[in-house]
Design a protein around this ligand. Structure first.
Ligand code: NAD
Length: 352
């Protein structure tokens, strides 16, 4: 067997349907009496419902979380948290809300309970990306890891079908890249394979029946495992491309991942025959990259970067930027092939 290093991240995870009822007990376990509940503006009603369950243990709500964790919002939230003399944070929402909780925790060391309602997986990672003056800077610190994560399947039922599909593909991307990460190891590969199978089975059902609890449970379980993958091993070409494309053209996070993933996998395929074998098994197909392209179609995700706001002139720029800071990838970065990959993703063509 190949030697390996496995870094486990500490986490207390509560998973199931109706698990949000356990939030008061979790606050008691941590000795928290004055938490601030964080949310995005559209999820403020969800935050209010949580506060009602907390029997006076909530000091207030801050419902201005937004994409890419802008430092101005974090500083505004920090003022509220300090004014209210909060002793902890409860984040209910997707990666944007979790990002805000992590950014506050980084500055205050306040304990966090995160209640994820998308499949982004940020709650399982020590990674925080913050935007200052339009520039996103990513750092990794154990200080940002939540103390408790409560996965409640019921809270994901309201995630619109289209968003569920792209968010699920975003999660699958973490697991796919974990399979060929430089630090890959058998434990993470087990989780990644299980996660891909779970999400690939659940997402087409959710696309036509968003209220299907069985499928929602499978998807959330898969998303949790994908989050562990993202937090445990380094990512490669796919994540680098999405970061570059998202940052250069202000593209939506999950949709960009959904479009790029089949192309990034097809690019790496010749360098990772063992991983492709495993993916063939779990996806039940001879062509895993094509299967992911088809899955994007089945969940109603858009498949062309042109359709989500990337200008055609951006193909060269994205190629330059993708090649500018060398990083590890199983297949060396070849300019013409990378350009071809980006051009196909731009046009929405199948991967090859
Ligand atoms: P998001 O958190 O921005 O959510 C998208 C929208 O969906 C928001 O308006 C939100 O309120 C709404 N929403 C969320 N759950 C809902 C539900 N169940 N029902 C109805 N509406 C719901 O999107 P996201 O894709 O979860 O997160 C993206 C952000 O997370 C990006 O900024 C990304 O960089 C970050 N992220 C960070 C990491 C990390 O490890 N640091 C990992 C993944 C994503």
């Amino acid at each position: 067997m190949e030697p390996f290093v496995y870094n486990g991240q500490p986490a207390r995870v509560i998973f199931g349907s109706g698990t949000i009822q356990q939030l008061p007990a979790e606050l008691d376990r941590l000795g928290l009496k004055r938490v601030v509940v964080l949310a995005t503006p559209p999820q403020e009603p969800e935050a209010r419902r949580l506060v009602e369950k907390l029997d006076g243990r909530a000091a207030g709500i801050y419902a201005r979380a937004t994409m890419h964790t802008p430092v101005e919002i974090t500083e505004d939230a920090l003022r509220v948290v300090l004014d209210l003399k909060a002793d902890g944070l409860v984040a209910v929402g997707g990666g944007s809300t979790t990002g805000l909780a992590k950014a506050i925790a980084l500055r205050t060391d306040l304990p966090q309970i995160v209640v994820p309602t998308t499949y982004a997986g940020s709650e399982m990672t020590p990674i925080l990306g913050e935007t200052r003056d339009g520039v996103k800077v990513t750092q990794s610190s154990p200080k940002v890891l939540p103390e408790v994560v409560i996965y409640d399947i019921d809270l994901t039922l309201s995630l619109p079908a289209a968003m569920s599909g792209t968010s699920g593909l975003n999660a699958i991307a973490h697991a796919v890249e974990a399979l060929y990460a430089r630090e890959r190891n058998p434990v993470i590969s087990l989780m990644a394979t299980e996660a891909i199978g779970s999400l690939a089975a659940a997402l087409p059902t959710i696309a036509v029946e968003p209220g299907n609890r069985e499928a929602r449970g499978k998807a959330l379980y898969g998303a949790w495992l994908c989050g562990i993958c993202l937090g445990s091993v380094g990512m490669a070409l796919h994540h680098k491309l999405c970061h570059t494309l998202g940052g250069s053209f202000d593209l939506p996070h999950a949709e960009t991942h959904a479009i790029v993933l089949p192309h990034a996998l097809a690019y790496n395929a010749p360098a990772i025959p063992d991983v492709m074998g495993g993916l063939r098994n779990v996806l039940g197909t001879d062509d895993p990259a094509m299967a992911l392209y088809d899955l994007a179609g089945k969940v109603g995700a858009r498949r062309a970067l042109a359709d989500i706001g990337m200008p055609e002139s951006g193909i060269e720029l994205a190629t330059d930027r993708a090649l500018s800071n060398p990083y590890w990838n199983p297949r060396p970065l070849e300019r013409d092939a990378i350009r071809g990959l980006i051009a196909r993703a731009y046009a929405g063509e199948p991967p090859r």
